[in-house]
Design a protein. Structure first.
Length: 437
């Protein structure tokens, strides 16, 4: 409360998310309390954490309550400051990337048309420094006096002498299943399984060049159609996945590489969902398959195919966000949009810069604006249209036309306080009397 007795509020924006306590309807009261307590302990906004004397806990709590009630007094303020815990001391250390940036040959990457800034903006830099493959990136490969422009996934690999080399995973037209892979030859049934699910579905013995044989999983990279192997001893299958305790048979089948249907899992948003789980070598762990009746090629094409109701050759909906005709046109022209309130596969709301890749027929999401020099088209979420129209563009609507104060985020009608103030002003205005003729 402020000095006038009004309740202090903050805008429900992403920057103020830590100022709100969140309650999930599917969680118990105790779980909601503990989750909010842990969140506030990590990034306190409502609460402070204070040291108390353990053998005088009850008396210490009473004294702390009295000091907090009179916290503006100099003596109490100094005492509270002395016993308040500095949470920065308990913050976990920032995990360093697996590869030191100074050891990367950035000039070699620049010869391919890739800069550090470009990789950072697309979110691929972190993958590269952690020994992972990037997403598909456009590269320019020198070839004599000319250059070949193509797309590929790149990764950094360490040789036996400790030096870093650049591995380029180019796009193949089809996966090479008719040739032995690491000494293993696929049967016709195994080829059909790989082409349908993208995973071999079992552990097999593989022998790399100049290496020891090992048991591993085999999958197809859906972006490049390259075969990928993963050592079985590097995969740990948990007993519980998304709040569902696996049966012994389910755990055994997953470990062997078989697909397992699991029902009643809970997303981070608390929403139940069903999916088929299977170890995927390219993802280096368990993948969630939602359309297991489709082949992995069909699932990839379905996720990339523009919707038929869009005349601009781009999807009319992105991550459950309905694009306006103006936004669809902007994407088709190669412009970048900043979209709010999109929903990911687990039901979580997120915002991102989006650009549509026409060659691959799929959207690309960025944490930062990939073309800050170009004009940015900013999308207004449905719940904020009235707020922006009234506050920024000077427009009015029937419900809020007589409200003189700025509208809050997502507001489309007057609050009770604004309504009462509006009616009070109307009563104070003198009524006009006409003269009878």
């Amino acid at each position: 409360m402020d000095e006038a007795g009004r309740v202090k509020t903050v805008e429900p924006t992403e920057a103020n998310q830590t100022a709100f306590m969140k309650f999930k309807k599917n969680d118990s009261v105790l779980k909601n309390f503990l989750s909010n307590l842990v969140k506030q302990f990590k990034a306190p906004t409502h609460f402070g954490v204070y040291r108390l004397v353990s053998d005088r806990a009850v008396e210490s709590v009473a004294e702390l309550r009295n000091m907090l009630a009179g916290r503006e007094e100099p003596r109490n303020k100094a005492m509270l400051e002395s016993i308040r815990m500095n949470l920065d001391e308990f913050a976990p250390a920032q995990k360093a990337p697996a590869i030191d940036e100074s050891k990367v040959d950035w000039k070699e990457l620049e010869r391919l048309g890739l800069s550090r800034d470009r990789l950072e903006q697309s979110g691929d830099l972190n993958k590269l420094l952690n020994r992972q493959k990037t997403g598909l990136v456009g590269i320019s490969v020198p070839f004599g006096e000319t250059s070949i422009y193509t797309e590929a996934r790149i990764a950094l690999r360490q040789s036996e002498d400790g030096s870093l080399g650049l591995a380029i995973h180019s796009i193949r037209k089809e996966p090479r299943l008719d040739f032995p892979y690491m000494g293993y030859r696929f049967s016709e049934d195994e080829k059909a399984t790989l082409l349908h699910s993208g995973n071999l579905g079992k552990q097999v013995e593989l022998t790399p060049k100049n290496g020891e044989p090992f048991k591993g999983y085999v999958s197809i990279d859906p972006l490049t159609y390259e075969l990928v192997a993963l050592r079985a001893d590097r995969v740990i299958i948990p007993q519980e996945i998304k709040s569902v305790l696996l049966t012994e048979q389910q755990h055994r089948d997953l470990t062997e590489g078989k697909p397992v249907k699991v029902e009643g899992m809970l997303s981070r948003g608390g929403k139940p969902f069903d999916a088929t789980l299977q170890v995927n070598a390219e993802k280096r762990g368990i993948e969630f398959i939602f359309n297991d009746n489709l082949s992995f090629k069909e699932r990839r094409q379905l996720s990339q195919k523009p919707q038929a109701d869009s005349p601009y050759g781009v999807p009319a909906t992105l991550c459950k966000y309905q694009l306006t005709e103006r936004q669809q046109k902007a994407l088709s022209e190669g412009r970048t949009l900043y979209l709010k309130n999109m929903v990911d596969k687990e039901g979580e709301i997120f915002s991102a810069y989006v650009r549509y890749d026409k060659e691959q027929q799929r959207p690309r999401f960025y944490r930062y604006n990939p073309d800050q020099k170009q004009e940015q088209v900013k999308a207004v979420a449905e719940g904020h249209k009235t707020q922006v129209a009234v506050n920024n563009e000077g427009k009015t609507n029937e419900a809020t036309g007589r409200v003189k104060e700025p509208l809050k985020s997502g507001q489309v009608r007057p609050t009770e306080k604004q309504q009462a103030k509006q009616e009070n002003e109307e009563q104070k205005q003198p009524r006009k009397r006409g003269r009878r003729m």
